[in-house]
Design a protein around this ligand. Sequence first.
Ligand code: BGC
Length: 251
Amino acid sequence: MNSSSLAVGVDVGGSSIKCALIDLDTGTFVGKRFSTPTPAQDSTDSLLAALASVVSNIPGDHAVGLAFPSVIRNGVVRTAANLNKAWIGQPLAQLASQRLQRSVVAINDADAAGLAELRYGAARGVPGTVLLLTLGTGIGSALFVDGRLVPNTEFGHLQVAGREAEKRASGRAKVEGGLSWDGWAAELNLVLSELHALLWPDLIVLCGGITEEPEKFMDKLQCEAPLCIGSMRSEAGIVGAAFATVSSPRM
Ligand code: BGC
């Protein structure tokens, strides 16, 4: 295999940092996936140390794509909804590159998942407006128009009937609110309906840990737009982060 078609994908989530070596021709894992808990509320330095330690499991000096749960502009962190606020303003790509001693591209985690599903997965070849939502610690969003990413859309922070979307229908909201599958699906339906009214997407793709069990909730969802589960589910962020090392935001 040509080593230039390999890159390391790292997905920093609210609960764990996951990474793997990715074959960029196929969007598949080469070898094992590694993970470590995210020190989400600790110092920026301890998160960078955890990142370096998990990436050190992968030999070689492949470029690293870093999916991060924040608005990222030009490699700089601009928001920190579920992380220590000390991250705001930090030059993440530069700091990670110094720490790992190789080139690093940083993008929003949902944007990374969206790139993966558009390039290799459930939204491959779909024209028009595609919306991807990640349902984890927060709700992340990635919006594509004819294959072009509109980055950092942050629809998880939309107010839906007086309450933030991610407080209603993230994976964490289900666990912390003790919601049944019916109760959680009802919350997600409110969010989907609001997003549909705003965007009229041609396809909505759902990703994130909770989508590992689609049989628990898919038949409870109602949405005017076609809706599907991402083919990479909770792994899309890792694959898309790796792909971001070689892609332009247009797919
Ligand atoms: C953050 C987003 C992120 C999402 C999923 C939200 O709270 O603001 O940037 O994509 O969580 O991790």
